[in-house]
Design a protein around this ligand. Structure first.
Ligand SMILES: Nc1ncnc2c1ncn2[C@@H]1O[C@H](COP(=O)(O)OP(=O)(O)OP(=O)(O)O)[C@@H](O)[C@H]1O
Length: 336
């Protein structure tokens, strides 16, 4: 494992059983996140972003989804390197609360309605860090303060339904950070929130990531958010990673026709895009995403691609090295 990496995914292929068929939701995905770096995973609905994050976290639906190939290496806080696809049960639960923090789109999926906010943040601190109930509770109050919740002593005694949506998402961030993880996975953490709150939560995550020097994998469908928060970007299409590189590089010189199409259809990146309505889909490109049940042979983007030539419909393209850390899964990347 590379010395700077906190997470290294290599050749990840995740499949789902649907009736008597198996569909490939993520195909041969390789991606690394370094300490202190934010990597955005971006793509349209159904492109495989969430399946990638569920694969990392060991949260694929049992009996339905499975990792068919690949390795997911994580460097734990102790420096020990574990392969997430092979460890199970208790070790995986320990890694999840302790080394990897997770923030989902909908705070109410992470928060339990019958426990106070303070109890819920204190629990992983007790379990994973071996602190007493009292110590854990005072740490929990500190975490609430860290995420900008005013009057944290009072808030700690409240139940999730007593907090606004934005405050609840701050509380889940406090919970994700409870044990000082070195990797944070944020899966559409701002999508369910009002637009003004979205910007605040994004600022908060960016600040916490920098202050703590964590690695962050940020899943989003919003290119404005990518521009705002990420150092590097990985673009997914129909289960494949089609382009990756630094945000500066990929946004100024996209080397895959799909990325280029996405960039062209965004008039102005930055706050304007960010402040579009929550849940706005990525800008449209003519045609539609193919069904995973019925993927075309060859390049999955070929049917919609203005650069398509005959061979594109025959062979699945390899990731080509476009230099300066940029890679494109297009055989014509030099012409784009
Ligand atoms: N529980 C499941 N059972 C069967 N197939 C699934 C399941 N979850 C995901 N899939 C398949 O994996 C594909 C990718 O889903 P995924 O949730 O990763 O997309 P996404 O890019 O995160 O999109 P969204 O932004 O809508 O969450 C889906 O289109 C679906 O075909």
């Amino acid at each position: 494992m590379n010395a700077e990496s906190i997470l290294e995914i290599s050749g990840l292929t995740t499949v789902f059983r649907i009736g008597d068929r198996e569909i490939v939701a993520v195909r041969d995905l390789s991606l690394a996140v370094a300490t202190g770096e934010t990597v955005a995973l971006v793509g349209e609905s159904g492109s495989g972003k969430s399946v990638t994050s569920l694969s990392i976290m060991g949260l694929l639906p049992r009996g339905v989804g499975r990792i068919a190939a690949g390795t997911l290496r994580l460097k734990r806080k102790t420096g020990e390197v574990v392969e997430l696809q092979t460890i199970g049960g208790d070790t995986l639960r320990r890694v999840r609360g302790n080394d990897i923090g997770i923030v989902f789109q909908e705070p109410l999926t992470s928060l339990n309605p019958v426990f106070t906010i303070g109890e819920q943040i204190a629990e992983p601190i007790r379990i994973h860090m071996g602190k007493s109930r009292q110590e854990a509770l005072s740490d929990a109050i500190q975490r609430l303060e860290d995420v900008g919740i005013p009057d944290p002593h009072r808030r700690a005694r409240q139940y999730p339904h007593e907090l606004s949506g934005g405050m609840r998402q701050r509380a889940t961030i406090a919970m994700a950070l409870a044990c000082n993880p070195t990797l944070l996975i944020a899966d559409e953490p701002t999508t369910a929130l009002d637009v003004t709150i979205q910007a605040q939560i994004l600022d908060l995550l960016g600040r916490l990531q920098k202050e703590r020097g964590m690695g962050m994998l940020f899943v989003t469908h919003n290119l404005g958010v990518v521009a705002e928060i990420a150092d590097r970007v990985a673009v997914m299409y129909a289960g494949s990673l089609v382009e990756t590189g630094s945000v500066a590089r990929v946004f100024s010189h996209p080397r895959h026709p799909y990325t280029k199409g996405l960039m062209r259809s965004v008039p102005q990146l930055g706050t304007a895009t960010l402040l579009r309505e929550a849940g706005t889909p990525l800008p449209t490109i003519a045609g539609s995403v193919p069904s995973l049940m019925d993927l075309p042979s060859g390049c999955p983007f070929a049917p919609r691609c203005p650069y398509r030539i005959e061979v594109c419909s025959e062979a699945y393209p390899a990731l080509a090295d476009a230099g300066e850390g940029q890679f494109s899964r297009c055989i014509r990347w030099q012409e784009i």
